[in-house]
Design a protein around this ligand. Sequence first.
Ligand SMILES: Cc1cc2nc3c(=O)[nH]c(=O)nc-3n(C[C@H](O)[C@H](O)[C@H](O)COP(=O)(O)O)c2cc1C
Length: 403
Amino acid sequence: MRHHSACSKKDNSIAGCILINIHCKASLQNSEDTSVVTEHICTNNNNNMPHLFSPLKIKNIELKNRIVVSPMCEYSSVDGFANDWHLVHLGSFATGGAALIITEAAAVSPEGRITDNDLGIYKDEHIARLKQITDFIHAHGSIAGIQLAHAGRKASHQQPWLGGKQIPSDQEHGWVAVAPSSIAFTDAEEAPIALDKAGIAKVIADFKAATVRAIAAGFKVIELHGAHGYLINQFLSPASNKRTDEYGGAFDNRVRLLIEIIEAVQEVWPKENPLFVRLSTTEWTEGAWTADDSVTLAKLLKDHGVDLIDCSTGGNIAGVKIALKPGYQVEFAEKIRKESGILTGAVGLITKPHQADEIIQEGEADVVFLAREMLRDPHFALRAAHELGHETAWPVQYERAKW
Ligand SMILES: Cc1cc2nc3c(=O)[nH]c(=O)nc-3n(C[C@H](O)[C@H](O)[C@H](O)COP(=O)(O)O)c2cc1C
């Protein structure tokens, strides 16, 4: 294990480093091969390197800083294909210095798309354009990740800028959505069909086949989308999963689909490559999924070889109001990190370099995921380095613009 003693030199990072030791010990116990250990490289405090710019090694990936581009649907594909938009959109984050760039939700099947303009990874023909994007990202020193997703009952909708409403299955661009139970997201929507056993087996096989394509497309990180009320989240939550078979009811049954997807993905995903899961870590309402459920699940996922939980919230129960404020979801990343020992990512209204740095410094999360701020400023990481007084590499083409 490297560099842990360096961390303890700085008073306010002592607590974080104790946790880091626990991570490493646990990872060693769970790893067949010590070269596949999740390892932190702590801040080099002698150089006063900002915590946000301390590298992080996760299995065979080394993130050059703690800044991750959060998945953001662009609804700009035809039949799932990436195109020039995706290359420019995702490529700009690489020239902007983010360590890890995760694509928008990429549907593992046509029926698993939110809109018929979603990015997809359900055909071998999708691979070539995605490979062009991962090649560009890797050539510019960032790492490419892909979010694999199935929308479940939130499928068959319009693009947000056309209103975002459900498209009934009998209308053009509409199709029948599937879900754990035949319960619509809102009363105004058509109810989905409850998946039978063959349907569940297809979902699992689709995630596995998508993983094979993600490897061919050059992605080094996979994030499974288990949040925001999409299919996996619908199975996890007692609010949307009313099944009476082994995929519903008790906690162990509701998490079964996610565990089976992970097992299928891991049959093909290289064991030295990181696997993330995004969760809605609370549903912000009584009688639904709670932060404690997320801790229990995080421990289980850690035992199943998942490396990091991307800690989002909400999205599965219509009408729930979330009190938004800067860093409003960070507490869940901190809780899960501390109580389960897994790496976590914090997301949600993280917009300022010092705010992001403090989250890492205080041991509240291992990485920060930024979405909207990245759209405002794809070069956020370059700006953050400047504001935090850190010297970082710029694309040579941009060097004349350095502050
Ligand atoms: C345009 C847009 C598209 C999004 N698409 C996705 C997505 O594909 N998958 C996902 O998990 N979250 C998605 N999100 C949520 C973001 O990843 C992020 O969790 C959320 O915006 C909060 O972070 P922020 O305050 O930094 O924007 C999207 C957000 C935006 C703004």
